[in-house]
Design a binder for this molecule. Structure first.
Ligand SMILES: Nc1ncnc2c1ncn2[C@@H]1O[C@H](COP(=O)(O)OP(=O)(O)OP(=O)(O)O)[C@@H](O)[C@H]1O
Length: 257
């Protein structure tokens, strides 16, 4: 278990609590994510993972506690945070290229039209979308649509990227391909990422640290360091240390159901 001190740049969640009616969902949740760090959150179903992500996004206001992005309090949704959802939240009436171009328009640094176009082409290429650039989302598979959503989120260049089960609707093989695509883009364009997932294996594969939440009301049970750095290929999933971490986290999740 690792205790991290307050991050000045990055995300700081300080003693956040939230209830909906009679249901206590989050209880005194504290977590710091340093700039450029990829953190996954796992926890039992209904424990409050999405509520935590929505509070960071500014969609949900905590009852107590504080959320800081680069030291600035979160007071509602804003361009410093960008969310990728499970459903394909891209514009169905825009082509793939124009969806990503929409992201580049939201950047703090906008640049000229030509510069923006270059950025858009770079993200199309990085997510393997160049040949689909003029297609409409409805003609694409679920995996390809999530590639568009991720490319657009990176194109926005927010301070924090929030991903809420982005691969949950995909079949197992597509999911593995998407995990690789995400590892690839994030190694090239390192961002601060909070990634909510049900899959312990996915969490360990993607993240620098895995936050294990308890059952509701959710608190942070343990934060597990993941040792692979940038060495993320699917082969690591069979390494003894990977298997050990997976078992450890699964045991934690079972213990507080
Ligand atoms: N806006 C809301 N109003 C009332 N209750 C809510 C609201 N949002 C979430 N809840 C309740 O809060 C609890 C936690 O929900 P949340 O979606 O955060 O959990 P989760 O861990 O993300 O769940 P899952 O793993 O199943 O996606 C649930 O009991 C849910 O019904």
């Amino acid at each position: 278990m690792t205790q991290h001190t307050t991050a000045t740049r990055g995300l700081s969640v300080r003693s956040v609590s939230k209830h909906f009616g009679a249901v206590d969902v989050l209880q005194d949740v504290s977590l710091d994510i340093a700039e450029g760090e990829f953190v996954a959150v796992v926890g039992p179903s209904g424990s409050g993972k999405s509520t935590l992500l929505n509070a960071i996004a500014g969609f949900v206001t905590p009852d107590r506690g504080e959320l800081l992005v680069n030291g600035e309090p979160v007071r509602g949704p804003g361009p410093s945070r960008c969310v990728v959802f499970q459903e394909y939240a891209i514009f169905p009436w825009l082509t793939v290229r124009r969806n990503i171009d929409f992201g580049t328009r939201l950047r703090a640094w906008k640049g000229s039209r030509q510069e923006r176009a270059r950025v858009t082409e770079r993200y199309l290429d990085m997510m393997g979308l160049t040949e689909f650039a003029d297609a409409l989302p409805k003609t694409l598979s679920g995996g390809m649509r999530q590639r568009v959503a991720i490319a657009r989120a990176y194109a926005v260049d927010p301070e924090i990227l929030l991903m809420d089960e982005p691969f949950a609707a995909l079949d197992a093989q597509t999911r593995e391909q998407m995990q690789e695509a995400l590892v690839d883009i994030n190694q090239r364009e390192r961002r601060t990422v909070l990634f909510v997932t049900h899959q312990v294996e996915e969490a360990i594969f993607l993240a620098d640290r895995v936050v294990v939440m308890s059952a509701r009301p959710a608190t942070v049970q343990e934060i597990v360091d993941v040792p692979w750095g940038d060495r993320r290929t699917h082969e690591i999933k069979t390494e003894p240390e990977f298997v050990r971490l997976r078992r450890h986290i699964e045991t934690l999740l079972r213990s507080r159901r």
